[in-house]
Design a protein around this ligand. Structure first.
Ligand code: GLN
Length: 611
C-alpha cells in the first residue's frame, strides 16, 4: 500500500466501496412529471458525509448540481419557525404523518390545515409564511439561509423552475384550496412562485451532507461556525423529517434506517444522525413513492453496517464522566502549611470532597453524580466539582447542578464549580436562575487548587477559633523543622538568625542565587514561582506564617531552584546554615527527613491517583 493510500480514512474507504456496490443497483425511473427533470443522467451517483467535527467525505458525482426539490421543505419549515414562531406555524400546518403520497391533498377536513409540512400542501403553506426582505422577497430569504447551511451562495435552475411552473397544475389546485380555507398567509400565486423556485435551487450531494451536518450539530454549520437554524427549531425540523420526511414510506424508513431524512424527486436524499453527521446522496432514478432508489439503498447499508439507528444509543452513566473522587485530606491544596495545620488538615480535610468530571454531561450521567454527591454529604461541608475536563453540559445536567447547588446552599454546605470558564451556557444558566447569594460565589475559583485552599482555610479558622492560642512559647514553635526542640534550643536558633522584612511584591530569593540559609516566615505570605519551559511564571506553592523555605539546602548546599516573592508585607527569620549549632542542625535534619518521607508517600499516592 502506498503512503498516501495508507492515510485514507476508514470512512472514505467505506464510501468508496459503497459507491462501487451501488453502481450495480439499477432500478427506478427518473422523474418525468416535471418535463425538465427527464434530462437528468440516470447514471449519476454521488455520496457525501460530513461529520459534526466538519470532516467532509465524498465520492462519485458528489459535486454534480441538481435541483433540491422536496428536500427544501425541511429547510423552509425551519425558516418559517424562525420568522413566524412555533405557535403560528403549527396553527396553520400540522405535524402528523399522512401516510400518503407527497402530492396528496391531505388537509384536515374541518380546518383545511395540511397534515404536515413535508407534503406539498404543507410545504406550500409554509413557504407562504416566509416574507423575506422587501427587495428580495421569500426567495432571497431562502437562498441566504441555504448559503448559511452550505457555506456558499446558491442559484435557481431557471429551466426546471419554468418547467414546473408551467405544468404544476396539481400544486396550483392545492394552493387555491389552502387559500380558500384561510391557511395561506399570502396570495396563492405568490406562495406557489416561491415554492416552485425553492424546489429548483441547485445543490450537490456534498451540499446536502453539509446541510444535514448543520442539523446534526444543533443548527450550527460545523465548518463555518455560522448558525444555519436556531437550535430550538432544529429538533422540530428533525422531528417532522423523522415522521414525514419520506412521504408514505416514512414509518418503514425510520424503522429500518433510523435516521431523520428528506428526499426530493430530483434524486437527492439528505439524512441526519443527530449529534454525529449529515449524509447526502444523489441518484436520479426514483421508486414509485418518489424516493431515490440508490439513495435509500445507500442509507440502509450505511445504517446497517455501522449500526447507526437513532435509537441505538450509548448509555450515559456516571462511570463515563466521573474521573476521580477524593477528599482534601488525601490531596490538599498546594498551599504550604505549618506543622500544626498539616496535622489538623490530615483529619479535617475529609470534610472537603472533590469530584473531577470529564466528557459530556447529560441527564442520565449527571443524575448519578448528583446522587453520589448527596449520598456522601454526611460529614462533608464543602463539595468541589471540577469541570475542567468537561467538554459540554446539556441543559438537563446544568439544571440539575443548579438545583443541587440551591439545595446544598440551603443546608449550609458549599458547592463550588471550578474550571468552567469554557462552559458558557452553564455559567449563563446559573447567573439567570440563581437568586440565593453565597460568598464566595459558586464560580469564584478558577481552579480546584484555589477552591481547596479556601475550604482548608475555613476548616482551620474554625479550629483556631475554638482552641486557645498562646500554648506556644516561641515564634518558631509551630515550624515542623523545630519539632522536638527545647525552648532553649528554639531561643538559640532564633538568636542565630536575622530578622528580615520584605515589602509586598519584592523578591526574597531568586533562582540561581547561592543557597546558604533558610527562612522561617513569621508574618505575611510568599509565592514560590518557577519559570516554565515555555517562559511562563507558574506558582508552585504559597507559604505563610509558620512555614519555612530554603531548608532543602540543609542537606546539600546548592543554588536556589525557584523565585520566592513576597505577596504581602512579610517578616522572616533568615538563618545562615554555618551559624546553626551542630545538635540543633541534627534535629532539623531529622525533621526534614521525616517531612520528605511523608511527602514521598503523598507523591506516590498522587502518582497512583493520576495513573
Ligand atoms: N417540486 C416538486 C413538486 O412539488 C417537489 C416534489 C418532491 O420532491 N417530492 O412536485
Amino acid at each position: 500500500m502506498s503512503a498516501s493510500a495508507l492515510e485514507i480514512s476508514p470512512v472514505q474507504r467505506y464510501l468508496d466501496e459503497l459507491h462501487q456496490q451501488l453502481l450495480g443497483v439499477v432500478a427506478g425511473e427518473v422523474a418525468s412529471y416535471i418535463p425538465e427533470l427527464t434530462r437528468s443522467d440516470p447514471g449519476w451517483l454521488g455520496l457525501a458525509l460530513v461529520t459534526v467535527d466538519g470532516h467532509v467525505y465524498q465520492v462519485g458525482d458528489s459535486r454534480q448540481p441538481f435541483t433540491i426539490q422536496s428536500i427544501s421543505k425541511a429547510l423552509t419549515y425551519g425558516i418559517a419557525l424562525e420568522d413566524r414562531g412555533l405557535e403560528h406555524v403549527v396553527s396553520k400546518v400540522g405535524v402528523e404523518p399522512s401516510g400518503e403520497a407527497f402530492n396528496s391533498i391531505s388537509l384536515e377536513p374541518d380546518t383545511g390545515r395540511p397534515v404536515n409540512p413535508m407534503i406539498n400542501a404543507g410545504a406550500i403553506a409554509v413557504t407562504g409564511m416566509i416574507e423575506g426582505p422587501p427587495e428580495g422577497g421569500p426567495l432571497q430569504r431562502i437562498l441566504e439561509t441555504f448559503a448559511r447551511y452550505t457555506g456558499h451562495p446558491h442559484e435557481v435552475d431557471e429551466s426546471v423552475y419554468r418547467s414546473e411552473s408551467e405544468t404544476g397544475h396539481r400544486n396550483r389546485a392545492i394552493a387555491h384550496l389552502l387559500y380558500g380555507h384561510g391557511i395561506l398567509d399570502t396570495s396563492p400565486e405568490t406562495a406557489l412562485d416561491a415554492y416552485f423556485q425553492q424546489c429548483s435551487i441547485l445543490v450537490t450531494a456534498r451540499d446536502l451532507a453539509m446541510m444535514g451536518a448543520c442539523l446534526a450539530n444543533n443548527g450550527v454549520n460545523p465548518v463555518t461556525g455560522v448558525v444555519a437554524l436556531k437550535s430550538q427549531f432544529t429538533e422540530k425540523v428533525l422531528s417532522v423529517m423523522s415522521t414525514c420526511g419520506m412521504y408514505d414510506y416514512s414509518g418503514a424508513w425510520i424503522f429500518d434506517v433510523g435516521m431523520p431524512a428528506k428526499s426530493g424527486v430530483g434524486g437527492g436524499i439528505m439524512a441526519v444522525l443527530p449529534g454525529q453527521f449529515g449524509l447526502g446522496v444523489f441518484s436520479p432514478p426514483l421508486d414509485e413513492k418518489g424516493n431515490s432508489v440508490r439513495g435509500i439503498e445507500a442509507c440502509k447499508r450505511l445504517s446497517r453496517d455501522f449500526s447507526l439507528h437513532l435509537f441505538n444509543v450509548a448509555r450515559s452513566t456516571s462511570a463515563s464522566i466521573v474521573r476521580k473522587v477524593f477528599d482534601s485530606a488525601r490531596f490538599g491544596s498546594r498551599r504550604g502549611r505549618n506543622a500544626r495545620e498539616m496535622e489538623l488538615l490530615s483529619r479535617l480535610g475529609q470534610r472537603v470532597r472533590i469530584f473531577e468530571l470529564q466528557g459530556e454531561l447529560l441527564f442520565g450521567n449527571t443524575e448519578s453524580v448528583a446522587l453520589e454527591i448527596l449520598s456522601g454529604l454526611d460529614g462533608t461541608d464543602f463539595v468541589i466539582v471540577d469541570l475542567k475536563r468537561v467538554v459540554s453540559a446539556d441543559r438537563a445536567s446544568t439544571r440539575m447542578f443548579a438545583d443541587l447547588w440551591t439545595q446544598l446552599a440551603g443546608g449550609n454546605k458549599h458547592l463550588f464549580f471550578t474550571g468552567c470558564g469554557h462552559l458558557y451556557r452553564f455559567k449563563k444558566y446559573f447567573r439567570d436562575h440563581q437568586d440565593v447569594h453565597q460568598e464566595p460565589a459558586w464560580f469564584e475559583f478558577g481552579d480546584t487548587d484555589h477552591a481547596v485552599e479556601w475550604c482548608e482555610d475555613c476548616l482551620l479558622a474554625e479550629v483556631e477559633f475554638t482552641t486557645e492560642s498562646g500554648d506556644c512559647q516561641s515564634e518558631l514553635c509551630h515550624q515542623y523543622l523545630c519539632s522536638g526542640m527545647s525552648s532553649g534550643e528554639l531561643r538559640t536558633l532564633r538568636d542565630a538568625g536575622d530578622a528580615r522584612t520584605f515589602p509586598s511584591g519584592s523578591h526574597v530569593v531568586r533562582t540561581g542565587d547561592p543557597a546558604d540559609s533558610l527562612y522561617f516566615i513569621l508574618e505575611g505570605q510568599v509565592d514560590v514561582v518557577v519559570k516554565t519551559d515555555d517562559g511562563h511564571h507558574l506558582r508552585v506553592n504559597t507559604l505563610g506564617k509558620g512555614t519555612a523555605f530554603g531548608e532543602m539546602a540543609l542537606i546539600e548546599k546548592m543554588q536556589r531552584t525557584a523565585d520566592v516573592v513576597a505577596v504581602s508585607h512579610t517578616v522572616c527569620v533568615e538563618v545562615i546554615f554555618s551559624r546553626i549549632p551542630e545538635p540543633i542542625r541534627t534535629k532539623m535534619l531529622v525533621n526534614l527527613a521525616g517531612y520528605l518521607a511523608g511527602k514521598l508517600v503523598r507523591d506516590t499516592e498522587l502518582v497512583r491517583h493520576l495513573g
